[in-house]
Design a protein. Sequence first.
Length: 189
Amino acid sequence: MKENSLAGGQVHAYKKQLSVWDSIQRIQKEMDALTVADGSCIVSTNIPTRLDGVPRSDRAEPRDPGVAVYWTSKGGKKQCMAIDIYDRVADNLAAVAATLEALRAIKRHGGGEILDRAYAGFAQLPAVIVTQRPWRDVLQFHPQTKVTAEMVKNAFHALASKRHPDVGGSHDSMSELNAARDAALKEVS
Protein backbone atom coordinates (compact mmCIF):
# COMPACT_ATOMS: atom_id res chain seq x y z
CA MET A 1 0.00 0.00 0.00
CA LYS A 2 1.38 3.44 -0.96
CA GLU A 3 0.95 6.68 0.96
CA ASN A 4 0.49 10.26 -0.10
CA SER A 5 0.96 13.24 2.22
CA LEU A 6 -1.60 15.98 2.51
CA ALA A 7 -0.44 19.56 2.86
CA GLY A 8 -1.26 19.49 6.59
CA GLY A 9 0.89 16.42 7.25
CA GLN A 10 -1.94 13.90 7.17
CA VAL A 11 -1.32 10.70 5.24
CA HIS A 12 -3.71 9.11 2.74
CA ALA A 13 -3.17 5.45 1.85
CA TYR A 14 -4.14 3.95 -1.51
CA LYS A 15 -3.43 0.81 -3.51
CA LYS A 16 -2.13 2.23 -6.79
CA GLN A 17 -0.48 5.56 -7.46
CA LEU A 18 -2.58 7.53 -9.93
CA SER A 19 -1.04 9.10 -12.99
CA VAL A 20 -2.00 12.54 -14.28
CA TRP A 21 -3.66 10.79 -17.23
CA ASP A 22 -5.78 8.57 -14.93
CA SER A 23 -6.93 11.61 -12.99
CA ILE A 24 -7.79 13.59 -16.11
CA GLN A 25 -9.83 10.65 -17.36
CA ARG A 26 -11.77 10.72 -14.07
CA ILE A 27 -12.42 14.45 -14.50
CA GLN A 28 -13.56 13.88 -18.09
CA LYS A 29 -15.99 11.19 -16.90
CA GLU A 30 -17.50 13.64 -14.42
CA MET A 31 -17.67 16.42 -17.01
CA ASP A 32 -19.50 14.05 -19.36
CA ALA A 33 -22.03 13.33 -16.59
CA LEU A 34 -22.55 17.03 -15.80
CA THR A 35 -24.34 19.47 -18.06
CA VAL A 36 -21.11 20.93 -19.41
CA ALA A 37 -20.79 22.68 -22.76
CA ASP A 38 -18.76 20.57 -25.17
CA GLY A 39 -15.08 21.44 -25.22
CA SER A 40 -15.34 23.89 -22.34
CA CYS A 41 -13.34 21.92 -19.76
CA ILE A 42 -9.84 23.29 -19.17
CA VAL A 43 -7.42 21.67 -16.75
CA SER A 44 -4.77 24.01 -15.36
CA THR A 45 -1.64 22.74 -13.60
CA ASN A 46 2.02 23.71 -13.33
CA ILE A 47 3.02 20.77 -15.52
CA PRO A 48 4.00 21.40 -19.16
CA THR A 49 1.29 20.31 -21.58
CA ARG A 50 1.22 18.10 -24.60
CA LEU A 51 0.28 19.58 -27.97
CA ASP A 52 -3.40 18.89 -27.25
CA GLY A 53 -3.24 20.95 -24.02
CA VAL A 54 -3.35 18.01 -21.62
CA PRO A 55 -0.74 18.01 -18.83
CA ARG A 56 2.06 15.53 -19.47
CA SER A 57 2.28 12.45 -17.25
CA ASP A 58 6.02 11.98 -17.78
CA ARG A 59 7.19 15.09 -15.93
CA ALA A 60 8.46 15.58 -12.39
CA GLU A 61 6.15 17.07 -9.80
CA PRO A 62 6.18 20.88 -9.87
CA ARG A 63 6.88 22.88 -6.71
CA ASP A 64 3.20 23.87 -6.65
CA PRO A 65 1.03 20.78 -7.23
CA GLY A 66 -2.22 22.77 -7.10
CA VAL A 67 -4.75 22.37 -9.90
CA ALA A 68 -7.76 24.23 -11.23
CA VAL A 69 -10.45 22.93 -13.55
CA TYR A 70 -12.55 25.44 -15.49
CA TRP A 71 -15.76 24.65 -17.35
CA THR A 72 -18.89 26.26 -18.75
CA SER A 73 -22.30 24.73 -18.09
CA LYS A 74 -24.67 24.29 -21.02
CA GLY A 75 -26.56 27.24 -19.54
CA GLY A 76 -23.45 29.41 -20.08
CA LYS A 77 -22.39 29.66 -16.43
CA LYS A 78 -18.59 29.70 -16.06
CA GLN A 79 -17.27 27.70 -13.14
CA CYS A 80 -13.95 26.75 -11.59
CA MET A 81 -12.79 24.30 -8.94
CA ALA A 82 -9.28 24.49 -7.49
CA ILE A 83 -7.63 22.02 -5.12
CA ASP A 84 -4.12 22.02 -3.70
CA ILE A 85 -4.36 19.82 -0.60
CA TYR A 86 -2.23 16.93 -1.90
CA ASP A 87 1.47 16.97 -2.73
CA ARG A 88 0.96 15.44 -6.20
CA VAL A 89 -0.81 16.98 -9.20
CA ALA A 90 -2.47 13.66 -10.06
CA ASP A 91 -3.96 13.38 -6.57
CA ASN A 92 -5.28 16.96 -6.66
CA LEU A 93 -6.87 16.26 -10.06
CA ALA A 94 -8.44 13.08 -8.69
CA ALA A 95 -9.78 15.11 -5.76
CA VAL A 96 -11.52 17.45 -8.21
CA ALA A 97 -13.12 14.43 -9.91
CA ALA A 98 -14.18 12.93 -6.56
CA THR A 99 -15.68 16.25 -5.45
CA LEU A 100 -17.64 16.61 -8.68
CA GLU A 101 -18.90 13.04 -8.28
CA ALA A 102 -20.02 13.78 -4.70
CA LEU A 103 -21.81 16.94 -5.78
CA ARG A 104 -23.64 15.02 -8.50
CA ALA A 105 -24.69 12.48 -5.84
CA ILE A 106 -26.17 15.30 -3.77
CA LYS A 107 -28.24 16.37 -6.74
CA ARG A 108 -29.35 12.79 -7.48
CA HIS A 109 -30.61 12.43 -3.93
CA GLY A 110 -32.73 15.58 -3.89
CA GLY A 111 -30.27 18.18 -2.72
CA GLY A 112 -30.44 20.26 -5.91
CA GLU A 113 -30.75 23.58 -4.06
CA ILE A 114 -27.75 22.72 -1.91
CA LEU A 115 -25.85 21.75 -5.04
CA ASP A 116 -26.66 25.08 -6.71
CA ARG A 117 -25.28 26.88 -3.66
CA ALA A 118 -22.16 24.72 -3.71
CA TYR A 119 -21.54 25.43 -7.39
CA ALA A 120 -22.07 29.15 -6.76
CA GLY A 121 -18.85 28.98 -4.77
CA PHE A 122 -17.03 27.66 -7.83
CA ALA A 123 -18.09 30.55 -10.06
CA GLN A 124 -15.19 32.03 -11.96
CA LEU A 125 -14.48 35.59 -11.00
CA PRO A 126 -15.21 37.93 -13.87
CA ALA A 127 -12.25 39.33 -15.71
CA VAL A 128 -11.72 42.85 -14.45
CA ILE A 129 -9.95 45.34 -16.63
CA VAL A 130 -8.52 47.96 -14.32
CA THR A 131 -6.35 50.83 -15.28
CA GLN A 132 -3.54 50.36 -12.82
CA ARG A 133 -2.53 53.46 -10.88
CA PRO A 134 1.13 53.84 -9.96
CA TRP A 135 1.94 52.03 -6.72
CA ARG A 136 3.13 55.27 -5.12
CA ASP A 137 -0.36 56.75 -5.61
CA VAL A 138 -2.14 53.70 -4.26
CA LEU A 139 0.16 53.37 -1.22
CA GLN A 140 0.09 57.17 -0.74
CA PHE A 141 3.82 57.86 -1.06
CA HIS A 142 5.14 61.19 -2.33
CA PRO A 143 7.01 60.75 -5.64
CA GLN A 144 10.28 61.99 -4.08
CA THR A 145 10.15 59.74 -0.99
CA LYS A 146 12.87 57.09 -0.74
CA VAL A 147 10.70 54.06 -0.02
CA THR A 148 11.89 50.89 1.72
CA ALA A 149 10.28 47.44 1.83
CA GLU A 150 9.36 48.04 5.49
CA MET A 151 7.58 51.28 4.57
CA VAL A 152 5.65 49.46 1.83
CA LYS A 153 4.55 46.75 4.26
CA ASN A 154 3.46 49.30 6.87
CA ALA A 155 1.49 51.36 4.34
CA PHE A 156 -0.11 48.22 2.96
CA HIS A 157 -1.27 47.05 6.39
CA ALA A 158 -2.64 50.47 7.31
CA LEU A 159 -4.61 50.75 4.06
CA ALA A 160 -5.73 47.09 4.09
CA SER A 161 -7.40 47.68 7.46
CA LYS A 162 -9.72 50.10 5.63
CA ARG A 163 -9.96 48.55 2.14
CA HIS A 164 -10.45 44.87 2.96
CA PRO A 165 -13.95 43.59 2.04
CA ASP A 166 -14.39 42.16 5.56
CA VAL A 167 -14.22 45.66 7.05
CA GLY A 168 -16.43 47.42 4.51
CA GLY A 169 -13.95 47.85 1.66
CA SER A 170 -14.35 46.37 -1.79
CA HIS A 171 -12.71 43.49 -3.62
CA ASP A 172 -11.58 45.85 -6.39
CA SER A 173 -10.00 48.27 -3.94
CA MET A 174 -8.20 45.45 -2.13
CA SER A 175 -7.03 43.96 -5.43
CA GLU A 176 -5.57 47.32 -6.42
CA LEU A 177 -3.82 47.54 -3.04
CA ASN A 178 -2.38 44.01 -3.38
CA ALA A 179 -1.08 44.78 -6.87
CA ALA A 180 0.46 48.05 -5.68
CA ARG A 181 2.22 46.31 -2.79
CA ASP A 182 3.60 43.62 -5.11
CA ALA A 183 4.83 46.19 -7.64
CA ALA A 184 6.40 48.32 -4.92
CA LEU A 185 8.21 45.39 -3.31
CA LYS A 186 9.61 44.34 -6.69
CA GLU A 187 10.94 47.84 -7.28
CA VAL A 188 12.37 48.62 -3.83
CA SER A 189 13.82 45.18 -3.02
